[in-house]
Write a protein that binds this ligand. Structure first.
Ligand SMILES: [Zn+2]
Length: 99
């Protein structure tokens, strides 16, 4: 899990917030883009997404979106109730307990 890279670009904050309000970071493949440095817990969350990208490859954005649509259809929140976000939160929670 050490082959990831974190890019911190403050200007991303404004650009990203046009799409998702209160966003912090996005993971694309092994690259994590954030508008400010991440805490250990936040990094652990994004590293879970790195693993999800490895698992699904180029299809990941599509399976992620499909699960958001599933959540929406079930009357849930497209981001918070997405199963990949759920998994990333669980992963981060496990990691922070270990520290
Ligand atoms: Zn996430």
């Amino acid at each position: 899990m050490s082959d990831h890279r974190v890019h911190v670009w403050p200007w991303l904050r404004v650009v990203g917030s046009l799409l998702v309000k209160d966003w912090l970071a996005i993971t694309i493949g092994r690259r994590i883009y954030a508008w400010r440095p991440l805490s250990d817990g936040e990094l652990a969350h994004e590293l879970a997404h790195v693993e999800q990208w490895k698992r699904h490859g180029i299809a990941f954005p599509f399976v992620y979106l499909a699960d958001s649509l599933r959540a929406r259809r079930a009357g849930k929140r497209w981001y918070h109730d997405n199963r990949f976000e759920h998994e990333a939160r669980e992963f981060a929670a496990r990691g922070s307990r270990r520290v």
